[in-house]
Structure formats: structure tokens, C-alpha cells
Design a protein around this ligand. Structure first.
Ligand SMILES: [Zn+2]
Length: 331
């Protein structure tokens, strides 16, 4: 293991687009907070994304259980509106984009490309037409379920019946495919995962899930799932949630835990199916040393020190998600 300066990691971030496929910052903002300011209570804001050298950030509109039963769509609309208001108030720092080209352009210009996603198909309220309505509003990915059952499928915490995709869920997957939207299987029950792979015609993402062989948590993917996801050309995003990084009762999660997941996935399927889906602002604590998004270059530094070729590190930092965005037809 050789020593690599942090500056070298930051220099790589400036050279290649870095993309994080999941944050919950939109749901953390209080009404008077501006994403363009440094926010003391969040992990992510625009100045810190710039400081960390992140060019592409997926912003999730999370439909919480409080909203999912009757007003999922209204909640999604509120958060979508918030996203555009933050972009309007950012003096061009946050640019809403819908595909890889927009991310690359923002990278060149030193801006942050924001990609809108909806976390929880409850936002559709059982109405297939809402998929294209969300698409018209700029949403380019839907996490089919959160932890619980919805009209599309069962979530990981609600899988007692072994339920996968419903008939409506199959239609949603087909409609998302037709529109060129990224299908996200994070939070989905295992039966649902296999159903999606059988129905989807192109590659899919698990935007924020880790490896279950390293840390046995239901939100993580088994080796069999990771192999199948990769075989279809999909990408999984590395999640910083301590509970998904190491088993409970073994002390605080560290950067080493993050590296164990990366090593495992790369050993299993190579470096082309892993990305970042850090889950910042969706998690209450972070691994030691990575207090917020500005800790990301430490991970890059550690990968370079471990001897990962720069090309593989660039793929993990953003290249793989950009390829996936292109492959599913996100424009
Ligand atoms: Zn989530």
C-alpha cells in the first residue's frame, strides 16, 4: 500500500465526473434554508458538493410512511417544487438535468447537476399515468418501494408473504422502461428484485444498497443478486449507513468497512457495476471520518492507496452511473 496525498484524490474529482445516486437532503431542508448556503444541519449542500468535487447529485423525493397512504403524489409534487425553487435560488450553481450529458456539461462548468428521483412508488397512488407525469416534471428514476408494501411490490421490511411485483408493478416497470427512466430496486423485497430483473428489458440500479455477504442486513444485496444485477449491466450504489456497513454491536462504522464492501463487490463482478449512493441526509450517523459529503475524497484517497487503478476509481466515482443513465435512455 502506497501513500497518496488527499490533493491527488481531489484532483481526480476535478478531472472526472463524480456522481452520487442518492441523498435525502430535500426532505431535510427546513422552509427557510437554502441549498446554496452552507447548512449546519445537513450532510449535503451546494457549497459542500462543490468542495467535494461532486458534479452529479441525485435528489430523492422520499415519500415517508406519513405521506404514503393518501397523499404520496402531493408529497412528491411538494419536493419536486422545492428542488426547482432551490435551483432557481442558486445563481446557476444547481442545474436540473435529466441525463448523463447534463452531468458532463455541469462538470466542465464547475456546477452541480441535480437529477430528480422519487423514492417510493406510493407517489403514483396506483395510477399508471402518474409515471409519465413525474417524467414530464423531470423525474428520471423511481425507487419502486420504500421499506413497506405499496401498489407496486413489497418492500424489504414487509416481505412476509414473499410478495414481488404486482400486476400494476409490472406495468410500472414497463412504462418506466418505455420512458427511459432508471428503475431502482433498493428497498425492494427479494422476490420483487427477481421479478424486476425478469420484466425489465434493460439494466437497473440498486441506487443505495451494500453487500450482504459483508454485512448481513436485509437492505443489502446477496452475492446472487449482485451477480444478476451486474450480468444485466446494472449498477449498485455504495451506501454509508453504518447499519448497512457493519453488524450491530461491533462498534462504530469506519472507512475500512466501506472499503470491505467495495473490495467484495469488485472481486465478485469487477469495477464496472459499483457506484456511489451515499444516502446522506437519509442516515442519522456516518462512518467515522466521513462527517458529510466533503469526506468523500478520503474514500477516493483510500482506493488509490489500495492500488485500485485510476480508471476503476473513476468508474466507481461516477463513470458507471453515467453509463447506466445512457443505457436506459435517460435524456
Ligand atoms: Zn432509501
Amino acid at each position: 500500500m502506497s501513500s497518496v496525498a488527499l490533493e491527488e484524490a481531489l484532483e481526480l474529482h476535478r478531472r472526472v465526473p463524480v456522481v452520487d445516486a442518492h441523498c435525502d437532503t430535500l426532505t431535510k431542508l427546513s422552509p427557510d434554508e437554502r441549498l446554496a448556503s452552507r447548512l449546519p444541519g445537513t450532510h449535503v449542500d451546494l457549497p459542500r458538493l462543490r468542495e467535494a468535487g461532486v458534479s452529479g447529485q441525485f435528489f430523492a423525493c422520499w415519500i415517508s410512511p406519513d405521506h404514503s397512504a393518501h397523499r404520496g403524489l402531493e408529497r412528491a409534487a411538494e419536493l419536486i417544487d422545492r428542488f426547482y425553487r432551490e435551483a432557481d435560488a442558486s445563481c446557476g450553481l444547481l442545474v436540473p438535468v435529466t441525463g448523463a450529458e447534463g452531468v458532463r456539461r455541469c462538470h466542465e462548468e464547475g456546477r452541480v447537476a441535480g437529477i430528480l428521483t422519487v423514492e417510493g412508488g406510493d407517489a403514483l397512488q396506483g395510477n399508471l399515468a402518474m409515471v409519465s407525469v413525474l417524467h414530464r416534471l423531470g423525474v428520471r428514476s423511481i425507487t419502486l418501494t420504500w421499506n413497506h408494501r405499496n401498489a407496486i411490490a413489497d418492500g424489504v421490511a414487509d416481505a412476509r408473504t414473499g410478495g414481488g411485483l404486482t400486476s400494476f408493478g409490472v406495468e410500472v416497470v414497463r412504462e418506466m422502461t418505455r420512458l427511459g427512466m432508471l428503475i431502482d430496486v433498493s428497498h425492494l423485497s427479494e422476490a420483487g428484485f427477481w421479478d424486476v430483473l425478469a420484466v425489465a428489458e434493460g439494466p437497473v440500479a440498486a441506487t443505495h444498497s451494500n453487500a450482504r455477504a459483508v454485512s448481513d442486513h436485509p437492505r443489502n444485496l446477496t452475492d446472487e443478486q449482485i451477480r444478476a444485477l451486474a450480468a444485466g449491466g446494472g449498477v449498485m450504489g455504495l451506501n454509508l449507513a453504518p447499519a448497512f456497513l457493519r453488524a450491530e454491536g461491533q462498534g462504530a462504522a469506519t472507512l475500512d468497512d466501506v472499503l470491505r464492501h467495495i473490495d467484495h463487490v469488485v472481486e465478485l463482478v469487477g469495477p464496472d457495476h459499483l457506484g456511489l449512493g451515499l444516502d446522506l441526509d437519509g442516515i442519522s450517523s456516518t462512518p467515522e471520518g466521513i462527517e458529510d459529503i466533503t469526506g468523500l475524497p478520503l474514500l477516493t484517497q483510500a482506493l488509490l492507496e489500495r492500488g485500485y487503478p485510476e480508471e476503476s476509481v473513476a468508474a466507481i466515482l461516477g463513470g458507471n452511473f453515467l453509463r447506466l443513465m445512457e443505457e436506459v435512455g435517460m435524456v
